[in-house]
Ligand binder design. Structure first.
Ligand code: G3P
Ligand code: MG
Length: 243
């Protein structure tokens, strides 16, 4: 069985990383969602991809300058379509509650945007605390492009499965040492330029492989034939609920 992750929710049908985008997953029969989690100035954890606000809200400026109070006044849906006006930036605890209501499994991507070490540690602690709100049957996978941050997360939460995110794997470099340092058995890799040889190499070493972001059925089928275990897609509606 292949795993289909709704990348930032059903993000081709609703504004990414919002309540609307995640709630639609259940309607379309998707069982896994991916989200991006970051931290605000006052330590609140939120679901948001970019470092800045302009693409996905009605504001400008840096996400990291906001506090919890600001979230009430920011619209995170109108940019996608007028019917989504009123969508808010979700806190991590709101996200967890929503996914548990809809019985969704979750891939939490921890953003590595903050250069401040203390804030990064708060982010990890906040994710660990938030995940305590998951029901026992909810499957959780935590990932990050920052393998140092992911290794620290794994140290603090040894029973949570983690996946190392890479843009590309350079087979000259020692990518496996990153996986070892995080005690990870799972690779998350960009589909851009991904070849069958790379997939075979990763799979022959026994790792699980999920590929982002795949919005074409043709490419998804090709990747699955090569042995890829799962894909992230913005367009979960294209796929059969059989996934
Ligand atoms: O977690 C997979 C994918 O979301 C990683 O890239 O930039 O879309 O968060 P990005
Ligand atoms: Mg992501």
């Amino acid at each position: 069985m292949k795993t289909l992750f709704a990348h930032r929710g059903m993000s081709s049908l609703a504004p990414e990383n919002t309540h609307a985008a995640f709630a639609l997953c259940a309607e379309f029969g998707l069982r896994w969602v991916e989200c991006d989690v970051d931290i605000l100035a006052d330590g609140t954890l939120v679901i948001f991809h970019d470092d800045t606000l302009e693409r996905c809200t009605d504001r400008t400026g840096f996400l990291s300058d906001l506090t919890f109070e600001d979230l009430k006044t920011i619209d995170a849906g109108g940019w996608f379509g007028p019917q989504f006006m009123g969508e808010k930036i979700l806190t991590f605890s709101e996200f967890i509650a929503l996914t548990q209501t809809h019985k969704l499994n979750i891939n939490v991507e921890i953003k590595a945007s903050s250069k401040n070490e203390k804030k990064r540690l708060h982010l990890i602690e906040g994710v660990i605390a938030g995940l305590k709100g998951c029901h026992q049957e909810c499957e959780v996978l935590v990932s990050s492009f920052s393998h140092a941050l992911l290794a620290e997360f794994k140290k603090q939460s040894p029973n949570t499965p983690v996946a190392c995110l890479f843009e590309k794997i350079d087979f000259q470099s020692d990518w496996e040492s990153s996986l070892r340092s995080c005690q990870s058995h799972c690779v998350h890799l960009s589909e851009e330029g991904l070849t069958q040889a790379s997939v075979l190499e990763i799979k022959s070493k026994g790792y699980r492989l999920h590929v982002y972001t795949v919005n074409s059925l043709f490419r998804a089928n090709e990747l699955f034939l090569w042995g890829v275990d799962g894909i992230f897609t913005d367009a979960g509606q294209l796929f059969s609920p059989a996934y």
